[in-house]
Design a binder for this molecule. Structure first.
Ligand SMILES: [Zn+2]
Length: 202
């Protein structure tokens, strides 16, 4: 996967944000994207860092979602976790609903990364739908002055797999967005200091 997240503290940060955005939004379509692979750019599980604070993760549960327990909660995680423990009757009901053209929303006000920007501009609605013969976890991304965009997190004939990715997507992207804003803040501060020094020299 070509996409690298700002979480890794890599080159993506210094690139112009338009390039970054198009890379996120043009993820290849009908494949299953594990959220942790999105966050960590395909690195080995043993090297996974928290998407929000950047600390190295050791707990397998945390590694699976790329977030430590505290940062998971801070990123809005936990709200939809119980949905995953539904009984088979409920799963069958969901399948039926989705195949009939319905959608299931898993949060409508998630954060979405906008690297280089200090102000929150994007909101994301995460939903599950049935499209072209498979279940899909996808996000619809809104900004005041832009047409909504779609991002596919997972696509599979197994609803449980897709649902799990949908539950993970909101907190994960909110965490990445938080970190991107923090990085932007740090850079702005550094720029400001540099300018102050220049003014003093002149
Ligand atoms: Zn963390």
């Amino acid at each position: 996967m070509g996409y690298k997240s700002p979480v890794d503290g890599n080159k993506a940060q210094t690139k112009r944000k338009s390039g970054f955005k198009s890379r996120i939004l043009n993820l290849p379509n009908p494949i299953l994207l594990q959220t942790d692979r999105v966050v960590n750019g395909g690195r080995k599980m043993s090297e996974v860092n928290c998407a929000r604070c950047g600390r190295k993760l050791r707990n397998p549960h945390s590694i699976a979602r790329s977030l430590g327990p505290v940062c998971y909660a801070k990123s809005g995680g936990g709200v939809f976790d119980r949905d995953l423990n539904a009984d088979e009757k409920e799963w069958a009901r969901r399948e039926q609903l989705l195949k009939a053209g319905g959608e299931i929303d898993l949060g409508v006000n998630w954060d979405y990364p906008d690297p280089g920007n200090l102000i929150r501009r994007y909101t994301m609605r995460v939903s599950v739908r049935y499209k072209d013969g498979a279940f899909e976890a996808y996000g619809r991304i809104f900004a005041p002055d832009e047409k909504p965009k779609e991002i596919i997190f997972a696509r599979s004939i197994d609803l449980k797999t897709v649902y799990r990715e949908a539950v993970a997507a909101g907190p994960t992207y909110s965490a990445i967005a938080h970190r991107a804003r923090q990085e932007a803040g740090k850079r702005a501060k550094m720029e400001w200091r540099k300018n102050q020094r220049r003014l003093m020299v002149v």
